[in-house]
Unconditional design. Sequence first.
Length: 168
Amino acid sequence: MADVVWAPWRMTYILAEKSTECIFCERPREQHDAKNLILWRGRTAFVLMNLYPYNNGHLMVVPRAHEADLASLPRDQHEELAEMLRIAIRLVGQAYRAQGHNVGMNLGRAAGAGIAEHVHWHVVPRWNGDTNFMPVLGDTKVMIEHLQASWDRLRPSFDREYSKGPAW
């Protein structure tokens, strides 16, 4: 069996001009939430979908401050980040009927951070038995929902949650 995965949408990424700026700083300034997969904007933090998800519904909670060290965030920014993380876990869990979550942060390149210069939390919904034959035998991950469809599914939940006003 050939190890071929058809992913023609990747060519857009491959051919696109690459920014030298931090995506976590650049994307929120663009004000194009659907295009940039931003689910919610807070005063000092925001939530966005991961462009290269481990599972459908994989999102990230990111401080606006360009900071590599979590301990260096001012207390008020850390509190908003933590509250957004708590809410994001609940909302993605409800939207995808997740049975669990992987929640993590890789601090520094040595720890596996893909964007080491800007701290961020990952939230990945999980289900019993979601490791099936494709990733185990085929070393292939099957994404069952397009990223824009995931954004469309999640954004209304964030809009409803935050229409009550910020929780911090």
